[in-house]
Design a protein around this ligand. Structure first.
Ligand code: MN
Length: 400
Protein backbone atom coordinates (compact mmCIF):
# COMPACT_ATOMS: atom_id res chain seq x y z
CA UNK A 1 0.00 0.00 0.00
CA UNK A 2 1.11 3.54 -0.69
CA UNK A 3 0.45 6.64 1.29
CA UNK A 4 -0.17 10.24 0.41
CA UNK A 5 0.24 12.79 3.14
CA UNK A 6 -1.00 16.27 3.91
CA UNK A 7 0.04 18.18 7.02
CA UNK A 8 -0.27 21.63 8.44
CA UNK A 9 -0.16 23.51 11.72
CA UNK A 10 -1.57 26.97 12.28
CA UNK A 11 -1.34 29.47 15.11
CA UNK A 12 -5.10 30.17 14.99
CA UNK A 13 -6.80 33.51 15.52
CA UNK A 14 -6.10 34.24 19.14
CA UNK A 15 -2.93 32.64 20.48
CA UNK A 16 0.38 34.48 20.39
CA UNK A 17 2.48 31.43 19.68
CA UNK A 18 2.04 27.97 18.28
CA UNK A 19 2.59 25.29 20.91
CA UNK A 20 1.54 22.49 18.58
CA UNK A 21 4.15 20.46 16.72
CA UNK A 22 4.14 17.90 13.92
CA UNK A 23 6.39 15.00 13.10
CA UNK A 24 6.35 13.73 9.52
CA UNK A 25 8.95 11.08 8.91
CA UNK A 26 7.32 8.37 6.84
CA UNK A 27 6.29 5.83 8.13
CA UNK A 28 6.17 7.69 11.44
CA UNK A 29 3.72 10.52 12.01
CA UNK A 30 2.76 12.44 15.13
CA UNK A 31 1.10 15.54 16.50
CA UNK A 32 1.74 17.13 19.88
CA UNK A 33 0.04 20.00 21.71
CA UNK A 34 2.22 21.60 24.35
CA UNK A 35 1.14 23.36 27.52
CA UNK A 36 2.88 25.30 30.19
CA UNK A 37 2.88 28.95 29.23
CA UNK A 38 5.65 31.18 27.93
CA UNK A 39 8.14 28.90 26.24
CA UNK A 40 7.06 25.77 28.03
CA UNK A 41 4.42 24.50 25.64
CA UNK A 42 6.57 24.93 22.57
CA UNK A 43 9.56 23.29 24.18
CA UNK A 44 7.50 20.35 25.45
CA UNK A 45 5.78 19.49 22.15
CA UNK A 46 8.95 19.86 20.10
CA UNK A 47 11.19 18.02 22.53
CA UNK A 48 8.70 15.15 22.75
CA UNK A 49 8.54 14.70 18.99
CA UNK A 50 12.28 15.06 18.53
CA UNK A 51 12.84 12.36 21.12
CA UNK A 52 10.42 9.96 19.44
CA UNK A 53 11.95 10.67 16.05
CA UNK A 54 15.47 10.16 17.26
CA UNK A 55 14.70 6.88 19.01
CA UNK A 56 12.88 5.70 15.93
CA UNK A 57 15.85 6.60 13.73
CA UNK A 58 18.12 4.69 16.11
CA UNK A 59 15.65 1.76 16.08
CA UNK A 60 15.35 1.87 19.83
CA UNK A 61 12.28 0.27 21.37
CA UNK A 62 8.66 0.07 20.33
CA UNK A 63 6.56 3.10 19.54
CA UNK A 64 5.17 3.08 23.07
CA UNK A 65 8.66 2.90 24.53
CA UNK A 66 9.69 5.80 22.34
CA UNK A 67 6.79 7.82 23.70
CA UNK A 68 7.71 6.83 27.26
CA UNK A 69 11.23 8.04 26.60
CA UNK A 70 9.82 11.31 25.29
CA UNK A 71 7.92 11.60 28.56
CA UNK A 72 11.12 11.32 30.53
CA UNK A 73 12.95 13.77 28.28
CA UNK A 74 10.27 16.42 28.75
CA UNK A 75 9.97 15.71 32.47
CA UNK A 76 13.73 15.92 33.07
CA UNK A 77 14.01 19.14 31.11
CA UNK A 78 11.10 20.56 33.06
CA UNK A 79 12.85 19.68 36.33
CA UNK A 80 16.20 21.16 35.32
CA UNK A 81 15.11 24.33 33.52
CA UNK A 82 13.14 26.81 35.61
CA UNK A 83 11.90 28.63 32.52
CA UNK A 84 9.90 25.62 31.43
CA UNK A 85 9.06 23.99 34.73
CA UNK A 86 5.66 22.35 34.80
CA UNK A 87 5.44 22.04 31.04
CA UNK A 88 3.79 19.08 29.36
CA UNK A 89 2.33 18.00 26.08
CA UNK A 90 -0.12 15.70 24.42
CA UNK A 91 1.24 13.25 21.88
CA UNK A 92 -0.57 11.12 19.33
CA UNK A 93 1.74 9.08 17.13
CA UNK A 94 1.03 6.72 14.24
CA UNK A 95 3.49 4.22 12.84
CA UNK A 96 2.54 2.56 9.58
CA UNK A 97 3.46 -1.10 9.54
CA UNK A 98 2.46 -2.62 6.21
CA UNK A 99 -1.31 -2.89 6.21
CA UNK A 100 -1.74 -1.66 9.74
CA UNK A 101 -1.24 1.46 11.81
CA UNK A 102 0.12 1.35 15.31
CA UNK A 103 -0.99 4.23 17.52
CA UNK A 104 0.49 5.55 20.75
CA UNK A 105 -1.42 8.24 22.55
CA UNK A 106 -1.44 10.48 25.62
CA UNK A 107 -3.68 13.52 26.12
CA UNK A 108 -6.49 15.02 24.07
CA UNK A 109 -5.08 15.17 20.58
CA UNK A 110 -6.86 12.60 18.44
CA UNK A 111 -6.54 9.99 15.72
CA UNK A 112 -9.49 9.26 13.45
CA UNK A 113 -10.05 6.70 10.75
CA UNK A 114 -12.13 7.87 7.82
CA UNK A 115 -13.54 4.89 5.92
CA UNK A 116 -16.54 4.58 3.63
CA UNK A 117 -17.58 8.16 4.33
CA UNK A 118 -17.61 7.66 8.10
CA UNK A 119 -15.30 9.18 10.66
CA UNK A 120 -14.33 6.92 13.52
CA UNK A 121 -12.42 8.05 16.61
CA UNK A 122 -9.49 5.76 17.39
CA UNK A 123 -8.19 7.39 20.55
CA UNK A 124 -9.65 8.24 23.92
CA UNK A 125 -9.32 11.77 25.29
CA UNK A 126 -7.50 11.91 28.60
CA UNK A 127 -9.63 14.75 29.83
CA UNK A 128 -11.80 15.39 32.81
CA UNK A 129 -14.88 15.87 30.65
CA UNK A 130 -14.34 12.56 28.90
CA UNK A 131 -14.14 10.84 32.25
CA UNK A 132 -17.37 12.57 33.22
CA UNK A 133 -19.05 11.35 30.02
CA UNK A 134 -17.90 7.79 30.68
CA UNK A 135 -19.24 8.01 34.21
CA UNK A 136 -22.55 9.29 32.89
CA UNK A 137 -22.32 12.67 34.60
CA UNK A 138 -22.63 14.70 31.42
CA UNK A 139 -23.55 13.99 27.80
CA UNK A 140 -21.21 14.07 24.79
CA UNK A 141 -22.85 17.31 23.69
CA UNK A 142 -22.33 18.90 27.09
CA UNK A 143 -18.71 17.78 26.99
CA UNK A 144 -18.15 19.48 23.63
CA UNK A 145 -19.11 22.86 25.01
CA UNK A 146 -17.82 22.36 28.51
CA UNK A 147 -15.77 25.25 29.90
CA UNK A 148 -13.29 22.81 31.43
CA UNK A 149 -12.92 20.60 28.38
CA UNK A 150 -9.19 21.32 28.14
CA UNK A 151 -8.42 19.99 31.59
CA UNK A 152 -6.25 16.95 31.05
CA UNK A 153 -6.13 13.94 33.31
CA UNK A 154 -3.02 12.61 31.60
CA UNK A 155 -0.20 14.44 29.85
CA UNK A 156 3.32 13.75 28.71
CA UNK A 157 6.26 15.15 30.69
CA UNK A 158 4.38 16.12 33.83
CA UNK A 159 5.50 13.13 35.87
CA UNK A 160 8.41 10.70 35.68
CA UNK A 161 6.20 7.99 34.25
CA UNK A 162 3.19 8.06 32.01
CA UNK A 163 0.70 5.47 30.87
CA UNK A 164 0.58 5.36 27.07
CA UNK A 165 -2.50 4.07 25.23
CA UNK A 166 -1.51 1.75 22.42
CA UNK A 167 -3.69 0.37 19.65
CA UNK A 168 -3.23 -1.23 16.28
CA UNK A 169 -5.67 -0.73 13.44
CA UNK A 170 -5.83 -2.58 10.13
CA UNK A 171 -6.07 -0.26 7.15
CA UNK A 172 -7.33 -0.78 3.62
CA UNK A 173 -7.15 1.07 0.35
CA UNK A 174 -9.18 4.23 0.44
CA UNK A 175 -8.79 4.74 4.19
CA UNK A 176 -7.71 8.12 5.51
CA UNK A 177 -6.03 8.53 8.86
CA UNK A 178 -6.39 11.92 10.54
CA UNK A 179 -4.18 13.06 13.41
CA UNK A 180 -5.16 16.38 14.94
CA UNK A 181 -4.94 18.57 18.02
CA UNK A 182 -7.90 19.89 20.01
CA UNK A 183 -7.64 23.23 18.21
CA UNK A 184 -9.35 21.43 15.33
CA UNK A 185 -11.83 19.24 17.19
CA UNK A 186 -12.71 22.05 19.60
CA UNK A 187 -13.76 24.24 16.67
CA UNK A 188 -15.35 21.79 14.23
CA UNK A 189 -17.91 19.10 14.90
CA UNK A 190 -17.10 15.57 13.83
CA UNK A 191 -19.82 15.84 11.18
CA UNK A 192 -18.12 18.89 9.76
CA UNK A 193 -14.70 17.19 9.72
CA UNK A 194 -16.28 14.13 8.13
CA UNK A 195 -17.82 16.14 5.31
CA UNK A 196 -14.52 17.89 4.57
CA UNK A 197 -12.72 14.55 4.43
CA UNK A 198 -15.47 13.32 2.12
CA UNK A 199 -15.36 16.34 -0.18
CA UNK A 200 -11.66 17.12 -0.46
CA UNK A 201 -9.71 14.30 -2.03
CA UNK A 202 -6.22 15.73 -1.95
CA UNK A 203 -4.76 15.28 1.56
CA UNK A 204 -2.90 18.60 1.62
CA UNK A 205 -5.95 20.49 0.39
CA UNK A 206 -8.02 18.65 2.97
CA UNK A 207 -5.84 19.63 5.95
CA UNK A 208 -5.70 23.20 4.67
CA UNK A 209 -9.48 23.25 4.45
CA UNK A 210 -9.81 21.83 7.98
CA UNK A 211 -7.56 24.57 9.32
CA UNK A 212 -9.27 27.39 7.45
CA UNK A 213 -12.70 26.20 8.62
CA UNK A 214 -11.46 25.96 12.22
CA UNK A 215 -10.13 29.51 11.92
CA UNK A 216 -13.43 30.66 10.49
CA UNK A 217 -15.16 29.09 13.49
CA UNK A 218 -13.03 31.22 15.81
CA UNK A 219 -9.63 29.58 15.87
CA UNK A 220 -9.24 30.06 19.59
CA UNK A 221 -6.39 27.56 19.81
CA UNK A 222 -3.50 26.39 17.67
CA UNK A 223 -4.77 24.04 14.96
CA UNK A 224 -2.89 21.03 13.62
CA UNK A 225 -3.94 18.31 11.21
CA UNK A 226 -2.16 15.47 9.43
CA UNK A 227 -3.92 13.26 6.89
CA UNK A 228 -2.42 10.01 5.67
CA UNK A 229 -4.24 8.48 2.70
CA UNK A 230 -3.82 4.81 1.95
CA UNK A 231 -4.00 4.24 -1.76
CA UNK A 232 -3.72 1.43 -4.22
CA UNK A 233 -0.20 0.47 -5.22
CA UNK A 234 1.04 2.53 -8.12
CA UNK A 235 -2.11 4.55 -8.55
CA UNK A 236 -1.47 8.09 -9.61
CA UNK A 237 -4.16 10.46 -8.56
CA UNK A 238 -2.85 13.37 -10.58
CA UNK A 239 -3.07 15.67 -7.61
CA UNK A 240 -0.33 17.88 -6.24
CA UNK A 241 0.70 15.60 -3.43
CA UNK A 242 3.55 13.25 -3.96
CA UNK A 243 3.06 9.57 -3.50
CA UNK A 244 5.05 7.90 -0.80
CA UNK A 245 5.67 4.21 -0.96
CA UNK A 246 5.92 2.20 2.19
CA UNK A 247 9.35 0.75 2.70
CA UNK A 248 9.35 -2.87 3.80
CA UNK A 249 11.79 -2.12 6.53
CA UNK A 250 10.64 1.22 7.81
CA UNK A 251 13.73 2.38 9.60
CA UNK A 252 16.31 1.78 6.91
CA UNK A 253 15.36 4.77 4.81
CA UNK A 254 15.59 7.17 7.67
CA UNK A 255 18.92 7.95 9.14
CA UNK A 256 19.51 10.83 11.50
CA UNK A 257 16.46 13.08 11.75
CA UNK A 258 16.87 16.48 10.32
CA UNK A 259 15.23 19.61 11.57
CA UNK A 260 13.88 22.04 9.06
CA UNK A 261 13.27 25.65 9.99
CA UNK A 262 9.81 26.55 11.26
CA UNK A 263 7.33 26.77 8.41
CA UNK A 264 6.69 30.43 8.96
CA UNK A 265 7.36 33.36 11.20
CA UNK A 266 5.14 34.55 13.99
CA UNK A 267 5.92 31.96 16.61
CA UNK A 268 4.67 29.14 14.46
CA UNK A 269 7.20 26.55 15.47
CA UNK A 270 6.97 23.01 14.30
CA UNK A 271 9.09 19.93 14.35
CA UNK A 272 9.56 19.29 10.69
CA UNK A 273 11.65 16.47 9.55
CA UNK A 274 12.41 16.30 5.92
CA UNK A 275 12.75 12.76 4.70
CA UNK A 276 13.39 12.62 1.00
CA UNK A 277 10.08 10.97 0.27
CA UNK A 278 7.78 13.39 2.03
CA UNK A 279 7.09 16.83 0.79
CA UNK A 280 5.32 19.49 2.71
CA UNK A 281 3.49 22.19 0.92
CA UNK A 282 3.42 25.39 2.89
CA UNK A 283 -0.06 25.99 4.16
CA UNK A 284 -1.76 28.93 2.56
CA UNK A 285 -2.58 31.59 5.09
CA UNK A 286 -6.05 30.84 6.34
CA UNK A 287 -8.72 33.35 5.48
CA UNK A 288 -8.93 35.78 8.38
CA UNK A 289 -12.37 36.65 9.62
CA UNK A 290 -13.31 40.30 9.86
CA UNK A 291 -11.88 42.34 12.72
CA UNK A 292 -15.26 42.67 14.41
CA UNK A 293 -15.47 38.92 14.69
CA UNK A 294 -11.96 38.71 16.05
CA UNK A 295 -12.89 41.30 18.63
CA UNK A 296 -16.00 39.37 19.59
CA UNK A 297 -13.98 36.20 19.99
CA UNK A 298 -11.56 38.16 22.15
CA UNK A 299 -14.33 39.51 24.36
CA UNK A 300 -15.89 36.09 24.80
CA UNK A 301 -12.54 34.69 25.85
CA UNK A 302 -11.83 37.49 28.29
CA UNK A 303 -15.27 36.98 29.85
CA UNK A 304 -14.71 33.26 30.04
CA UNK A 305 -11.35 33.76 31.73
CA UNK A 306 -12.86 36.25 34.15
CA UNK A 307 -15.69 33.87 34.98
CA UNK A 308 -13.72 30.70 35.31
CA UNK A 309 -10.18 31.75 35.96
CA UNK A 310 -8.51 29.27 33.70
CA UNK A 311 -10.33 28.71 30.47
CA UNK A 312 -8.01 28.61 27.52
CA UNK A 313 -5.15 27.48 29.67
CA UNK A 314 -4.41 23.83 29.39
CA UNK A 315 -4.28 22.36 32.81
CA UNK A 316 -3.04 19.21 34.31
CA UNK A 317 -4.92 18.81 37.54
CA UNK A 318 -2.21 17.15 39.55
CA UNK A 319 0.29 19.88 38.84
CA UNK A 320 -2.00 22.65 40.08
CA UNK A 321 -2.01 23.98 43.63
CA UNK A 322 -4.12 26.34 45.65
CA UNK A 323 -4.80 27.41 49.21
CA UNK A 324 -8.43 27.28 50.32
CA UNK A 325 -10.73 26.14 53.09
CA UNK A 326 -11.43 22.57 54.15
CA UNK A 327 -13.56 21.68 57.18
CA UNK A 328 -13.31 25.26 58.40
CA UNK A 329 -9.49 25.18 58.28
CA UNK A 330 -7.03 26.76 55.89
CA UNK A 331 -5.79 23.97 53.66
CA UNK A 332 -3.48 23.24 50.76
CA UNK A 333 -5.13 21.62 47.76
CA UNK A 334 -3.95 19.91 44.65
CA UNK A 335 -6.05 20.61 41.57
CA UNK A 336 -8.17 23.61 40.73
CA UNK A 337 -10.71 25.35 42.96
CA UNK A 338 -13.76 24.33 40.98
CA UNK A 339 -16.49 21.80 40.90
CA UNK A 340 -17.84 20.41 37.67
CA UNK A 341 -21.21 18.71 37.72
CA UNK A 342 -20.73 17.73 41.33
CA UNK A 343 -17.22 16.47 40.82
CA UNK A 344 -14.57 18.35 42.79
CA UNK A 345 -11.54 18.97 40.65
CA UNK A 346 -9.15 18.95 43.58
CA UNK A 347 -8.09 17.11 46.67
CA UNK A 348 -6.86 18.27 50.07
CA UNK A 349 -3.16 17.70 50.63
CA UNK A 350 -2.73 19.37 54.03
CA UNK A 351 -5.30 20.73 56.42
CA UNK A 352 -3.57 23.28 58.67
CA UNK A 353 -4.51 24.22 62.21
CA UNK A 354 -5.46 27.73 61.12
CA UNK A 355 -9.18 28.37 61.50
CA UNK A 356 -10.65 29.85 58.35
CA UNK A 357 -12.80 32.12 60.53
CA UNK A 358 -9.66 33.86 61.79
CA UNK A 359 -8.87 35.09 58.28
CA UNK A 360 -12.21 36.79 57.74
CA UNK A 361 -11.05 40.08 59.20
CA UNK A 362 -7.89 40.13 57.11
CA UNK A 363 -8.29 42.35 54.09
CA UNK A 364 -5.79 40.44 51.97
CA UNK A 365 -6.98 36.89 52.65
CA UNK A 366 -10.54 37.06 53.93
CA UNK A 367 -12.19 37.50 50.54
CA UNK A 368 -9.89 35.36 48.47
CA UNK A 369 -9.53 32.28 50.60
CA UNK A 370 -13.04 30.86 50.17
CA UNK A 371 -12.56 30.91 46.37
CA UNK A 372 -9.09 29.41 46.59
CA UNK A 373 -5.79 31.20 46.04
CA UNK A 374 -4.01 29.50 43.18
CA UNK A 375 -0.23 29.21 43.24
CA UNK A 376 2.38 27.67 40.98
CA UNK A 377 3.67 24.94 43.24
CA UNK A 378 3.51 23.43 46.67
CA UNK A 379 6.31 25.56 48.11
CA UNK A 380 4.40 28.70 47.23
CA UNK A 381 1.29 27.22 48.81
CA UNK A 382 3.26 26.72 52.04
CA UNK A 383 4.46 30.33 51.77
CA UNK A 384 0.89 31.57 51.48
CA UNK A 385 -0.12 29.54 54.54
CA UNK A 386 2.82 30.96 56.51
CA UNK A 387 1.88 34.47 55.46
CA UNK A 388 -1.71 33.91 56.58
CA UNK A 389 -0.47 32.60 59.93
CA UNK A 390 1.78 35.63 60.39
CA UNK A 391 -0.97 38.08 59.43
CA UNK A 392 -3.42 36.53 61.88
CA UNK A 393 -0.90 36.82 64.69
CA UNK A 394 -0.13 40.40 63.78
CA UNK A 395 -3.83 41.26 63.74
CA UNK A 396 -4.22 39.67 67.19
CA UNK A 397 -1.34 41.68 68.60
CA UNK A 398 -2.77 44.90 67.14
CA UNK A 399 -6.14 44.13 68.70
CA UNK A 400 -4.77 43.52 72.17
MN1 MN B 1 -4.61 22.79 21.86
Amino acid sequence: MRTRVGATTDIGQVREGNEDAILINDPLYAVADGMGGHRGGEVASNLALQTVEQMFAERQGTLTEQVERANRAVFERSQSDRDVSGMGTTLTAALIEGGAVRLAHVGDSRAYLFRGGKLQLLTEDHTLVHRMVVEGEITETEAENHPHRSVLTRALGVEGNVRVDETKVEVQEGDRLLLCTDGLTGMLSEDHIESILQDVRDPQEAVDRLVSEANRAGGIDNITAVIIDFTEDGRIDGSGTKEVSQPRSPTTQHPTPTMAPPPRAGGDVTTWSSPPTTRRQPAPKAARPPTARKLLVGIVIVLAIAALGFVGVRLYLDSQWFVGVSNGRVAIFRGVPAEVAGLEMNSVVVETSIRAGDTEELAVWGDRLPDGITVDDRDLAEDVVEQIRTDIERARQNAS
